[in-house]
Design a protein around this ligand. Structure first.
Ligand SMILES: Cc1cc2nc3c(=O)[nH]c(=O)nc-3n(C[C@H](O)[C@H](O)[C@H](O)COP(=O)(O)OP(=O)(O)OC[C@H]3O[C@@H](n4cnc5c(N)ncnc54)[C@H](O)[C@@H]3O)c2cc1C
Length: 598
């Protein structure tokens, strides 16, 4: 239950979970299944239980950048830009990475994907027990799939691949764009097949994406309402919100750092919560390394610079940060019909939001519209020449041992055409109307993301209060993004997506004036964004490969501190991360339970 600081006075908990977001609430729910375990969750954000701002997924403009919901993190300037990065406006750079605050950690459009090769790669990087089979089993454990009863020609699936009894309801959005069939045929014309259901793990191709939406309410289904709320009455599970953790309190026992409690600030007062069992960090990729460093665990040079006493020399903390990069080409739709059906786009959310809000509850209207079709492709699909160039560069570049092990796998993936790029058929523009489009018209975008980054960023404290997030995103060239722009343009000219005659897709961003590679690269610099899929800052890797946690998710050199959020991913997934976070947390819960049953 939600509790006050007084509600935990004098208690010593079996588990303290830092961060009540996606992974934290899964862990809290599972660890408190045993009534003899006492579990405390400390969450920096507010509760926002039953908050329509979050429950209606398409209302992202209400929470993005709103300090009540959003941490509004900013990155530092990109440090090693291939071109003269002084010329790049700071706004692009500083809008790099941001995460949401609150127990109600929510995602945008809620797309679920699973990619076979990545959990296998985590195992190959020295992590016994991390396999595709386990990942698939834990994904199913988190999921309750509801079959669609509309657009069944487009919304294909294989029930065998989905969970039936898990907490997170997955379904397809009630409203689709109606351009999906034409998009698939255009992709097929470029030798990218249509696949029935990507949950098999073989995702190369175009397929319909699931959303974490409850079709009985049309609301977002996520950790707060699907894991936590049903068990909120458990007396052994306590959650304090608006509790900002600043430090894990430790002592040394038998040469291992051992947590005895957690320091947190609430309403400007500092408190300590005591632990007898374990501290589990689930504060997310950006804040988990910060909390470790604030606790004296990290690279001694970083800690000393920030004025923090070194308790444990662990140089991997805050390194190996990986992110997906995202933007899109936007087109005005000059013909509003695909065959007999009108194309649905989100433009009318700008011109007639009131009507759309009225329609929402009945499952109608544009607030129920979501992107459905995503094509996952390999770099070799869009440019065999660039693919060969990147593979060669991975073999010759100098790097540390941890990165060398990851690059070896990334080169294999590139050779084997493992999809590392995605193209999304998005039913709307990529920018706000103030940035140059007319909301009285209809728009679609071919959005794209580069999901298997070669560069690695860092997240480190610079003092006791400040954090430097340095994404290093363009260190390994942005030719891939340039090729993706060209590929999306080619797709827009491919029948039947193109439409009749001159075509129905009139490009407005970047627009016809942006043609040569240098101009496209410049446009990308100005328009690229995070996908909020940041991972890797507390990587699960052998210590000698710069790892932070072992395969049991325990911080190397500690007795009872684990990290169980997306920061432990040692090599980024080529898919969206939310379903990965649920599966990871389910596996983490079993690891922790097993450790204490011994
Ligand atoms: C805007 C946005 C859109 C997204 N869209 C999608 C999507 O469409 N599909 C998809 O698959 N994925 C999406 N994601 C990604 C997905 O939501 C994340 O990968 C996932 O939630 C990560 O889970 P986590 O538990 O690691 O971290 P989080 O869910 O971020 O949880 C961390 C929690 O810790 C809390 N915390 C941080 N520091 C402290 C502290 N010092 N003390 C106490 N608490 C603290 C935070 O407030 C937060 O609640 C999106 C993410 C964002 C931000």
């Amino acid at each position: 239950m939600l509790t006050s600081v007084d509600g935990i006075k004098g208690q010593v908990f079996d588990y303290i979970i830092i961060g009540g977001g996606t992974t934290g609430l899964v862990l809290a729910t599972r660890l408190s299944e045993n009534p003899t375990n006492s579990v405390l969750v400390l969450e920096a954000g507010s509760a926002h239980i039953d908050d329509a701002t979050l429950l209606i997924p398409q209302q992202r403009w209400l929470y993005m950048g709103n300090a009540e919901y959003d941490w509004n993190f900013e990155t530092v300037s990109i440090s090693d830009w291939e071109k003269d990065w002084e010329a790049v406006p700071q706004s692009i750079i500083s809008s790099g990475i941001s995460q949401r605050a609150s127990t109600l950690k929510a995602s945008f459009i809620c797309l679920h994907r699973r990619l076979l090769n990545t959990p296998t790669a985590w195992g190959a990087l020295g992590n016994d027990g991390w396999t595709w089979e386990k990942f698939q089993a834990y994904s199913k454990k988190s999921e309750r799939f509801v079959e669609p009863n509309h657009n069944t020609d487009v919304l294909t699936y294989d029930t065998k691949l989905h969970g039936e009894h898990g907490p997170i309801v997955t379904s397809f959005p009630p409203l689709i764009s109606n351009l999906e069939g034409d998009f698939r045929k255009a992709m097929e014309a470029h030798n990218v097949p249509t696949i029935q259901d990507p949950f098999s793990g073989e995702i190369r191709g175009t397929s319909p994406s699931l959303s974490n939406l409850d079709p009985s309410t049309h609301h977002r289904a996520y950790a707060t309402n699907m894991y936590y709320q049903p068990v909120a009455g458990r007396t052994n599970l306590k959650v304090i919100v608006n509790a900002h953790v600043t430090e894990i309190i430790t002592t040394e026992v038998d040469g291992l750092i051992t947590a005895t409690g957690v320091k947190f600030v609430k309403s400007d007062n500092t408190y300590t919560a005591n632990v007898a069992g374990e501290v589990c960090l689930t504060a997310g990729t950006i804040m988990s390394p910060k909390i470790l460093e604030m606790s004296g665990i990290g690279d001694p040079a970083v800690l000393r610079r920030a004025g923090i006493d070194v308790k444990l020399d662990l140089p991997g903390v805050g390194t190996n940060v990986q992110e997906h990069l995202y933007t899109g080409v936007t087109f005005e739709l000059t013909d509003h019909f695909a065959g007999e059906q009108e194309v649905n786009t989100i433009d009318c959310l700008v011109t007639n939001l009131g009507l759309q809000q009225e329609l929402f509850a009945s499952g109608k209207g544009t607030l129920n519209l979501n992107a459905v079709d995503i094509a996952f492709v390999a770099l070799a699909d869009i440019s065999p020449e660039l693919n060969a160039k990147v593979i060669a560069s991975l073999q010759t570049e100098e790097k540390d041992a941890g990165l060398a092990a990851q690059y070896k796998i990334q080169a294999e993936h590139l050779r084997e055409k493992v999809p590392g790029l995605e193209i999304i058929l998005a039913p709307g523009p990529t920018k706000a109307p103030s940035q140059g489009w007319d909301a009285s018209k209809k728009h679609i975008s071919l959005c794209f993301a580069s999901n298997c980054p070669l560069s690695r960023g860092t997240i480190h404290v610079t003092s006791k209060d400040s954090l430097a997030i340095d994404p290093h995103v363009f260190e390994n060239r942005f030719d891939t993004m340039v090729e993706l722009v060209k590929y999306c343009r080619k797709l827009a000219q491919t029948p039947p997506l193109k439409g009749e005659g001159e075509g129905r897709l009139k490009e407005i961003h970047p627009g016809p004036d942006c043609q040569d590679d240098a101009a496209i690269a410049e446009w990308i610099c100005d328009n690229v964004s995070t996908t909020f899929h940041t991972a890797g800052s507390c990587s699960m890797l052998p210590k000698e490969l710069n790892g932070v946690v072992d395969p049991q998710l325990k911080v190397w050199g500690t007795h009872n501190i684990r990290v169980a959020d997306l920061s432990v991913i040692p090599l980024h997934v080529g898919s969206h991360t939310q379903s990965v976070a649920y599966a990871l947390a389910e596996q983490a819960a079993d690891i922790i339970k097993a450790a204490h049953e011994k």
